[in-house]
Ligand binder design. Structure first.
Ligand code: 5AD
Ligand code: SF4
Length: 591
């Protein structure tokens, strides 16, 4: 029998019914008393470490007590973020908790949250003495930050693990054994199943368990498989300053909330990322201030339901102020009260640096009260760009999806947003072929795409996950019908986006330069206020911020570009001058 140690963790953890109710933290021993293959077992170098492993196993046998976990749960968060400052668990020494210059290769899949989580995980490992490598061959530890949103996302990881298996097998005996970890949503969703199916996986860490990575890797070092897939009610990594993945980029992501309470019937996110919780405003402002001091020009506030933000960290924030939802929208959960809301945060963040653009993603349409729309309209540095995931244009399907609004309420919100923020750029997500979707429902979605004329869109074929829809509805639209409907939606979206983007031709727009265009060495690219890519030739221009000097554009510069052509995804134009965000809004109208 393999050795399986399940320990109750005294962290506040949660369950969403059967899927997440077995939140566990486990340590598994490989080899002698294991059903596991020997692929994770030691090379000659590992054999040298056998003494260490025996010692480890005997320490593990005496094991941590429940009291130990109670104790570690009360360690303040700042202390935990720096593992070298924490007392090691009884079965590890301080030295074993350290990275000892092992090189970590991180690979990110899925959404922007995962990009940010990768930086959080890296920040924690860096503090623990690990080094980062961008070269797979050099890696001692490979960590995949994974996504579960659609079947295909998970299939990509299984394929990748297959490739990594060969790499692990080929590993030279003179080097330390290669360790492989699965982080994020897939670790959370499949838990132990991953360890059973792919014996090459050494470490599993769910989205709320990244602080535990040094310990999990230390356990893996000794030939054990280790997992922590506990979900938390309060983990926001507020004190972990993410290390920016590409230090030269002019923009950064700042995570402001995690999790989701909506329980749309198709969506796996509440199961993989847990309950909704917000990061304290003060820590967000501190991070944005630091980024501004570093010269960053754009911050995107991140969260699964970014505009449902609610900081309840201080009692004085919680006087019972009722929550304003968008008109005609409802929630699947009991109305929440109090806390500092998104409009407060947006106001504070946008005041930090008038030269810093503020964006946010991904919002839920239910949380756009007038205060938020007014702020976006008023502040020059809050981008006039709103993502408004509709998912379907049919009220019947929206009900089956449990979205909490009808087509009519959604369209009314679009009109209200367009009146409140003239020139706003809109984008959306749609799912083709959800359970029970008829041809008539599909045509309703087509007509919504025509009616709204989005600037950007993200369209997907429905992929059955183990969610409410899996248990209660039938995935009855045949695959080929889903794909045909998806194709039709894409075609209509492109036609409409091309029309919408064509209205920019002839206008002068403010563009934040990002770098050299991937297609041509003589072109640069950047993004306009609506987050659309703008491509323009890299030529000398006047710098109006520096008495008309002739300069070339650099990443992080604001430039004015005259738009000359548009497609469904990009704009092209020519450079007029280098400017500032403030000046551009004072002197030119950015249509
Ligand atoms: N199948 C297809 N698309 C999905 N999305 C979420 N769950 C599913 C699913 N099961 C889409 C939604 C969401 C976006 C992030 O992914 O459109 O807004
Ligand atoms: Fe994928 Fe959703 Fe997890 Fe992001 S939150 S990684 S989209 S499953």
């Amino acid at each position: 029998m393999h050795h399986l140690q399940c320990v109750l963790h005294a962290q506040r953890y949660l369950g969403w019914g059967p899927l997440a109710s077995v939140s566990w933290l486990l340590l598994r021993t490989c080899r002698a008393h294991s059903t596991f293959s020997t692929t994770t077992c030691p090379s000659p170098e590992g054999l040298q470490e056998d003494g260490v492993r025996k010692d480890f196993s005997s320490r593990l046998a005496t094991g941590p007590t429940f009291q130990h976990f109670l104790r570690s749960a009360s360690v303040p968060q700042e202390k935990l973020s720096s593992p070298d400052a924490v007392d090691p668990p009884p079965y590890l020494t301080v030295d074993e908790l350290l990275g000892r210059q092992r090189k970590v290769y991180l690979e990110t899949y899925g959404c922007q949250m995962n990009v940010n989580d990768t930086e959080i995980a890296w920040s924690i490992l860096q503090k623990s003495g690990y080094l980062r490598t961008r070269n797979l061959q050099e890696a001692d530890v490979i960590l995949l930050v994974t996504c579960s949103i659609r079947e295909k996302a998970e299939q990509t990881i299984w394929n990748r693990l297959h490739q990594l298996k060969a790499l692990k097998k080929k590993r030279l005996r003179s080097r330390v054994p290669l360790k492989i970890g699965i982080l994020g949503c897939m670790a959370e969703r499949l838990k132990e199943e991953i360890l059973n199916r792919e014996k090459i996986v050494d470490v599993l860490a769910g989205p709320d368990a990244y602080r535990d990575l040094p310990r999990l890797l230390a356990v893996a070092e000794s030939g054990q498989q280790a997992a922590n897939v506990l979900l938390s009610l309060d983990e926001t990594y507020a004190d972990v300053m993410p290390v920016q993945t590409s230090p030269s980029a002019p923009s950064a992501f700042v995570s402001i909330m995690r999790g989701c309470d909506n329980m749309c019937s198709y969506c796996i996110v509440p199961f993989t990322r847990g309950r909704e919780r917000s990061r304290p405003v003060a820590s967000i402002l501190e991070e944005v201030r630091k980024l501004s001091e570093q010269g960053l020009k754009e911050v995107t506030l991140l969260g699964q339901n970014v505009n449902s933000f609610r900081d309840t960290s201080e009692v004085q924030f919680n006087n019972a102020v009722s929550t304003n939802l968008s008109r005609g929208f409802s929630t699947n959960y009991k109305t929440k009260q109090g806390g500092l809301r998104f409009s407060h945060l947006l106001d504070q963040v946008s005041r930090i640096d008038p030269e810093m653009r503020i964006r946010f993603t991904s919002p839920h349409p239910k949380d756009f009260p007038d205060e938020v729309l007014q702020l976006i309209h008023e502040r020059d540095n809050i981008c006039k760009q709103i993502h408004l995931p509709a998912q379907s244009g049919s009220s019947r399907v929206l009900e089956a999806m449990r979205r909490g609004y009808s087509r009519e309420a959604y369209v009314e919100l679009i009109h209200h947003i367009r009146e409140s923020i003239p020139g706003v750029s809109l984008s959306s997500d749609f799912i083709a072929g959800f359970c029970g979707e008829t041809e008539e429902d599909h045509l309703q979605t087509v007509s919504l795409l025509r009616e709204v004329q989005y600037n950007m869109g993200f369209l997907f074929a429905y992929s059955m996950r183990q969610t409410r829809a899996y248990h209660r509805l039938k995935d009855d639209v045949p695959e080929e019908v889903k794909l045909r409907r998806l194709k039709e939606l894409i075609t209509v979206f492109r036609e409409e986006a091309t029309k919408a983007n064509n209205t920019s031709v002839g206008c002068t727009q403010l563009v934040l330069v990002e770098g050299l265009s991937k297609r041509s060495a003589t072109d640069l690219y950047g993004r306009n206020d609506g987050n659309l890519k703008v491509i323009f030739p890299d030529v000398e221009m006047e710098d109006v911020t520096n008495s008309g000097l002739r300069v070339r554009a650099q990443p992080g510069d604001y430039v004015l570009v005259k738009i000359t052509s548009a497609s469904s995804q990009t704009l092209r134009g020519h450079l007029l001058c280098r400017t500032t965000l403030k000046d551009s809004s004072a002197h030119c109208s950015v249509e």
